[in-house]
Design a binder for this molecule. Structure first.
Ligand code: HMG
Ligand code: MG
Length: 300
C-alpha cells in the first residue's frame, strides 16, 4: 500500500538550473520559484551557496533570495551549503534550512567536493552544528547511493556507513541520491532494508532519483510502499550534476504528481498550474521538457 499523502521536495530551481548551459537570470529564477509555490509545492530548494567558480549557474544565490524576500525563507526553503563559508553566506541571506551533500564514493567526493569522504564529513560537522545553533533545519544528501560512473555499483554497506555518519552529525533528514539514475527497484528495497537495520528509519529518509534509465518513478513507488513519504523531484524534469558524467534530469514533478493522482495519494500540487510553470520555464531555457507527462499534456 501507498501512504495517503506525500511531501514533494522540489529541486528544479537548484538541481535543475545548476546544470543548465546558460545562466538563467536571477529574476527568472525567483519567478520560477514563486510559480512553483503557487502551484502548491510546499517545499522548494531554492539555490546553492557553493563556490561560485564551481557552479557559476548559481553564483547569484544571494540575489535570488533577496528578490524572493519572505517567500524564499523559512524551514521549507532549503539551500545547498557545503562548508562554513557557504553557511555564512546562507545565514546572511536569512535562510531557514540548509542541506549538506556528501558522497557514498571516494571518487565523487573528490570530484564534487575536492575532498575525501572523511574530509568532507569533517567539513560538514561545524556546518550542521552551527546551523542547528541558528535553529535551521538540516538535510543531508548522500550521492552515488546505487552506482558511480567511475567506481561502478556501490555496495549497500558502504552507503549505509556514510548515511549513518551524516545522521550522527545531527541531520534532520537524509536524501538518498541516485545521482546518475542507475538504481532499480530491488536495489532500492535492499538499501532501505539495510538502513532500517542500522536504525535509520523511513521517517527520516527522502529519495532522490534521477531518471537517466527511466526508472525514477518505479524506484519511487518501491520506496513509498516501504513507508518513505518524502520524494525529491524537479518541475519539468530539469536536473543533473555538472560533476557527474551521465547525470540527467531528476524524476519530473509532473510524472510524480500524475502517478500519485492516479493512485489517490495527496500531493497538494495543482498539476495544471505546474504544467504551465514548466512550459513557461522551457520557453525561458529554449528547449522542451524531458518529462513524458509534460509533453503529453502540454499543447504543441
Ligand atoms: P575548494 O576549491 O576545495 O574550496 O572547493 P576551498 O575551501 O579550498 O576554497 C577555495 C576558494 O573558494 C576560497 O576563496 C573560498 O573562500 C572560496 P579564496 O580564499 O581562494 O579567495 N569558497 C567559497 N566561496 C563562496 N561560497 C562557498 C565557498 N567555499 C569556498 N561556499 C567546495 C570546495 C566544497 C567549496 C567546492 O568543491 C564546491 O563548491 N563544490 C560544490 C559542487 C556542487 O555544487 N555540485 C552540485 C551539487 S551536488 C548534487 O547535485 C547532487 C545532489 O543533487 C544529490 C544527487 O543527485 O546525488 C545533491
Ligand atoms: Mg541530484
Amino acid at each position: 500500500t501507498l501512504p495517503p499523502e506525500i511531501t514533494i521536495y522540489e529541486v528544479g530551481a537548484r538541481d535543475g538550473l545548476q546544470n543548465e548551459k546558460s545562466v538563467v537570470p536571477a529574476d527568472v529564477k525567483a519567478e520560477f520559484i514563486r510559480r512553483m509555490a503557487a502551484a502548491g509545492l510546499s517545499t522548494i530548494e531554492t539555490t546553492s551557496f557553493v563556490n561560485p567558480q564551481w557552479v557559476p549557474q548559481l553564483a547569484d544565490a544571494s540575489e535570488v533570495l533577496e528578490l524572493l524576500g519572505d517567500e524564499g525563507r523559512g524551514p521549507k526553503r532549503p539551500v545547498l551549503v557545503p562548508n562554513e563559508r557557504g553557511l555564512d553566506r546562507a545565514l546572511e541571506a536569512g535562510v531557514g534550512a540548509v542541506a549538506i551533500f556528501g558522497s557514498a564514493t571516494e571518487t565523487f567526493a573528490r570530484k564534487n567536493l575536492n575532498r575525501t569522504v572523511d574530509e568532507s564529513i569533517e567539513m560538514f560537522r561545524p556546518v550542521v552544528a552551527r546551523a542547528h545553533d541558528a535553529d535551521l533545519w538540516v538535510r543531508g544528501y548522500v550521492s552515488m547511493c546505487f552506482g558511480d560512473p567511475w567506481e561502478g555499483p556501490v555496495p549497500v554497506e558502504q552507503v549505509v556507513d556514510v548515511c549513518a555518519r551524516l545522521m550522527d552529525l545531527g541531520c534532520d533528514q537524509l536524501s538518498l541520491g541516485d545521482t546518475i539514475g542507475v538504481a532499480t527497484s530491488g536495489h532500492v528495497a535492499r538499501l532501505l532494508d539495510a538502513l532500517g537495520d542500522r536504525g535509520i528509519g523511513v521517517e527520516r529518509i527522502g529519495v532522490h532519483f534521477h531518471d537517466t534509465y527511466g526508472q525514477a518513478l518505479s524506484n519511487t513507488l518501491v520506496a513509498l510502499r516501504r513507508g518513505v513519504t518524502v520524494v525529491d523531484s524537479s518541475a519539468g524534469g530539469l536536473g543533473g550534476c555538472p560533476y557527474a558524467e551521465s547525470a540527467t534530469g531528476n524524476l519530473a514533478t509532473e510524472d510524480l504528481v500524475w502517478a500519485m493522482r492516479g493512485a489517490g495519494v495527496e500531493t497538494g500540487v495543482d498539476l495544471e498550474k505546474l504544467l504551465e510553470t514548466s512550459a513557461w520555464m522551457a520557453r525561458q531555457l529554449g528547449r522542451p521538457s524531458p518529462s513524458a507527462v509534460v509533453r503529453a499534456l502540454t499543447p504543441a
